[in-house]
Design a protein around this ligand. Structure first.
Ligand SMILES: [Fe+2]
Length: 269
């Protein structure tokens, strides 16, 4: 059994003062760290599905590293559209991992390794496209091939990525925020995993998400910094001020996957 905490989209600024629509991103991340440390069990590790920083700035990653080092278990990170891979590698500590595209300096694509993770095949992949191409994601062929090669077909598989792979039913989000070749990637992984694909775990939407597409769990966690609107007819994405501070608790067993979504009470900063 593996106990994983899933967090995302902390949007750290270069110092503790950054506010996003009146909500202090650092204070809210500190509250998130305290809540995870107060859990009545010790998770095996934590996965942060990206947008660690609000803008790619070494000072923002230094602040993120300082605050998140308060978490007493290994951490893993995916690249968000706001992130910079070389700055992440420089500032953040990752748990044991096996790189899947070791020659790529600008991609974070790896298999979580060590301890109980060896009973599973858990992949963190990088969907970032150049910033001027937009906030959607794309999975490159080298990553797709590397992940498919690493799937044995004998163990449960899960994928962590910043961007959701498949539509959620909200106009603007489905048009702008998804992995454009996500369904194709999910189908290929699903086929290679032989029915053992346990889920796609993402951030980016700043909304909690638990749904099934193609028979596969799509599980998202919101942002502690701010929430987005996500109505079915929304033709734009607005920010909701503040919002609950969220994290998901994922339990993987040999034959089941459970996700519990938690949110802390609203705070005024
Ligand atoms: Fe974000």
């Amino acid at each position: 059994m593996l106990e994983v905490i899933h967090i995302s989209d902390t949007h750290f600024g270069p110092d503790r003062s950054l506010e996003i629509r009146g909500a202090n991103a650092c204070d809210r991340a500190v509250a998130l760290v305290e809540a995870i440390n107060a859990l009545p069990f010790s998770p095996d590790f934590i996965v942060h599905t990206g947008d660690v920083a609000n803008d790619p700035d070494p000072a923002a990653y230094a602040l993120a590293a300082e605050v998140l080092s308060g978490l007493k278990v290994p951490l893993y990170y995916a690249t968000g559209n706001h992130d910079d891979v070389s700055m992440m590698r420089e500032a953040l500590r990752f748990g044991p991992l096996q790189p899947l595209v070791p020659d790529e300096k600008d991609q974070l694509c790896y298999k979580i390794s060590g301890g109980k993770a060896e009973d599973f095949e858990l992949f963190v992949i990088d969907g970032k496209v150049p910033p001027d191409e937009g906030p959607h994601g794309f999975i490159t062929e080298n990553q797709s091939e590397a992940v498919l090669r690493a799937i044995s077909g004998t163990k449960p598989v899960a994928v962590f990525i910043h961007y959701p792979l498949t539509p959620i039913g909200s106009k603007w989000i489905d048009r702008h925020l998804l992995v454009t070749n996500g369904a194709e990637f999910q189908n290929a992984v699903s086929a290679k995993a032989g029915g053992q694909l346990r889920g796609i775990f993402s951030g980016h939407l700043h909304r909690g998400l638990q749904l099934f597409r193609g028979g596969v769990l799509q599980s998202g966690v919101s942002s502690p910094a701010c929430e987005f609107t996500a109505g079915p007819e929304d033709d734009f994405c607005d920010f909701l001020p503040g919002g609950p501070i969220p994290f998901n608790h994922i339990t993987f067993t040999a034959d089941a996957t459970m996700v519990k979504s938690y949110s802390l009470p609203f705070i005024n900063s």
